[in-house]
Design a protein around this ligand. Structure first.
Ligand SMILES: C[S@@+](CC[C@H](N)C(=O)[O-])C[C@H]1O[C@@H](n2cnc3c(N)ncnc32)[C@H](O)[C@@H]1O
Length: 213
């Protein structure tokens, strides 16, 4: 994944990611999130997913529910999933939708249970994004939409060094490759971000083929 020198990717470990978010959860909604993950970015993701009323939607790595709230402005049937109990506890205070503790790489849902499977700001912590994308593909009905947003790799050398040691980054070509390998078609890539970095996030969308082959 991605190019360049050695990477520690310390937080691409489920236990460490949970421990990290157990602490971060305390400040996540109050000051941290707005810096990196704005309402405009959320709107970009929701629009790109092209959600329609009546769809059943899964939000993977829902955290405290910011993206889930944006999805709920378009559709009613939304389920959130996250691996960190503390994040879900905060989401439960705000949202009245099913919120499930689980792992993106082993989704606790039956095949074809959803019309859309979305995720924002979580892929960078998954040890195997391919396993998670395959799971998204499995729980989507034929014709269903997957959309995943993650960070772009910092350009500044110091930030890049720090970031590489924390989490996963992938570029547009790698995003397309992963989605296609997981079985998605019509793959599209877009970028969004806050005013201080308009391409902070890379957003990838793909469609599960309506019929096999
Ligand atoms: C940046 S936060 C939440 C972003 C959230 N989508 C939002 O709108 O605010 C990333 C979340 O990914 C979750 N996460 C990390 N690894 C995960 C995994 N393997 N499965 C499910 N959730 C995971 C973390 O617990 C954390 O809540």
């Amino acid at each position: 994944m991605a190019t360049g020198g050695p990477r520690l990717e310390f937080l691409r470990n489920k236990r460490r990611a949970q421990r990290f978010y157990r602490q971060l959860s305390k400040v996540y909604d109050t000051w941290l999130r707005d810096l990196f993950w704005t309402a405009e970015m959320r709107e970009f993701g929701v629009r790109m997913a092209a959600l329609r009323r009546g769809m059943r939607v899964l939000d993977v790595g829902c955290g405290t529910g910011f993206f889930t709230e944006g999805i709920l402005q378009r559709v009613e049937d939304v389920t959130g999933l996250d691996i960190t109990t503390e994040q879900l506890r905060r989401a439960r205070r705000k949202l009245e939708v099913p919120l499930v503790r689980g792992d993106a790489e082993r989704l606790p849902f039956r095949d074809a249970a959803f019309d859309a499977c979305l995720s924002a700001g979580s892929v960078e912590y998954w040890p195997s994004p391919m396993a998670a994308l395959r799971e998204m593909h499995r729980v989507l009905r034929p014709g269903g939409v997957a959309l995943v947003g993650g960070p772009t790799r910092p350009r500044d050398r110091l930030y890049r060094f720090l970031a590489d040691n924390m989490m996963l980054f992938y570029n547009e070509g790698e995003a397309r490759e992963m989605f296609e390998e997981a079985g998605f078609q019509g793959v599209e890539v877009g970028y969004t971000g806050p005013a201080w970095k308009p391409d902070l996030a890379i957003v990838t969308r793909g469609v599960k083929p309506a019929s096999p082959g």
